[in-house]
Design a protein around this ligand. Structure first.
Ligand SMILES: C[S@@+](CC[C@H](N)C(=O)[O-])C[C@H]1O[C@@H](n2cnc3c(N)ncnc32)[C@H](O)[C@@H]1O
Length: 335
């Protein structure tokens, strides 16, 4: 089956063939930024461009087009963001919705959001730079404010109670990203999708200031609380580790999901829906089948813990009790 987007995709790919155009870096369809003296070889470039366009679905390709058509308003994006945004936001297209983007700069992304989401979209840019106000025009509102100021968020979210999506493409420093997250979590009165761009700054030495933690480490910790929400189900209470602070878990109950992409994190904050996960049966009885979860033996046991700053060998130490009471010490087996 060939869809419209595949035709569009082929068009792009044909346009960027190396022998048609030797000046690949300056092609209007994909302008790749690299450090000085770090340019890609032309064959690599063709491959990278092909795989970029091949990776996009219709929504992502249309977002890319909407963004690249606004080239008079310069904007920089990482290539993986287009599909990430399409995954997370395509359901808002063609609907009445309100999108806020922190970080206006030249307004390139605000204009792209307006075009991609459609005429029913209210688009608001927030920037600390008062000059951003000049970019206000029909369909685009600009508000001057500091994303790291809790008072700003309190007032802004009170005055604008129709917000569906907030994109953080502002200062990208840990304290700015974290304070923005905390303020939105605290003041959200309806479902808000918060998307934080450029979370790779959590690994930049010049973005952490004097903090030991980073935004990504904060989000990893939030994942623990997301999983722990099931503790409120009133099921299997004795199974949970007993050092869990329920008050902390409760504070993150509004978070419904977290999605990680390369350099971008998206989360759904919803204070109104499904706060307590419940264990459900589809029948008015317990299953008659035995659950053999404790009977499997394990093999292939040593692996490297995937911490890129402190990789280390890890052995599964689980003494798995098999059905016939044989204790399996995984470490002994690997010797
Ligand atoms: C990366 S640019 C935004 C680019 C734009 N979203 C785009 O894609 O075209 C970052 C912007 O964030 C703004 N900014 C930096 N710190 C901020 C803060 N604390 N509060 C609000 N805006 C901030 C800067 O003034 C700058 O315009």
């Amino acid at each position: 089956m060939t869809s419209d987007w595949q035709f569009a995709n082929e068009f792009f790919i044909n346009e960027m063939s190396a022998d048609k155009n030797t000046d690949l870096f300056n092609q209007p369809d994909l302008i790749i930024d690299t450090d000085d003296n770090q340019s890609w070889a032309s064959e690599e470039l063709v491959m990278l461009k092909n795989s970029f366009f091949e990776s996009l679905d219709t929504h992502a390709l249309e977002l890319f087009n909407a963004w690249s058509n606004k080239s008079e308003h310069c904007s920089l994006k990482v290539s993986t963001y287009f599909q990430a945004y399409a995954d997370q936001l395509h359901s808002y297209r063609g609907r009445n919705c309100t999108l806020v983007e922190i970080g206006v700069m030249e307004g390139g992304s605000l204009l792209a959001w307006k075009e991609w989401l459609g005429p029913g979209a209210r688009v608001i840019g927030i920037d600390i730079n008062p000059e951003a106000k000049e970019l206000e025009k029909e369909g685009i509102e600009i508000i001057i404010g500091n994303q790291a100021d809790p008072t700003f968020w309190e007032v802004f979210l009170k005055e604008n109670n129709d917000i569906d999506i907030i994109i953080d493409d502002g200062g990208h420093q840990y304290f700015q990203q974290a304070l923005t997250f905390f303020c939105i979590l605290c003041h959200a009165k309806r479902k808000i999708q918060l998307i934080v761009e450029d979370t790779s700054t959590s690994f930049f030495s010049n973005f952490l200031e004097q903090n030991e933690e980073s935004f990504v480490s904060l989000m990893k910790q939030v994942i623990d609380n997301l999983n722990l929400k099931q503790i409120f189900s009133k099921k299997g209470l004795s199974n949970w580790r007993n050092e869990i602070d329920l008050q902390i878990v409760k504070e993150y109950q509004k978070i419904q999901s977290l999605c990680f992409y390369s350099g971008l994190i998206s989360m759904k904050i919803d204070p109104l829906k499904g706060l307590i996960p419940l264990y459900l049966y589809n029948a008015n009885r317990r299953t008659k089948k035995e659950d053999l979860r404790h009977s499997g033996s394990i093999t292939g046991v040593k692996f490297t813990w995937p911490d890129p700053t402190k990789p280390r060998d890890v052995l599964f130490k689980g003494l798995v009790e098999s059905k016939n009471k044989l204790l399996v010490d995984v470490r002994k087996k690997t010797k």
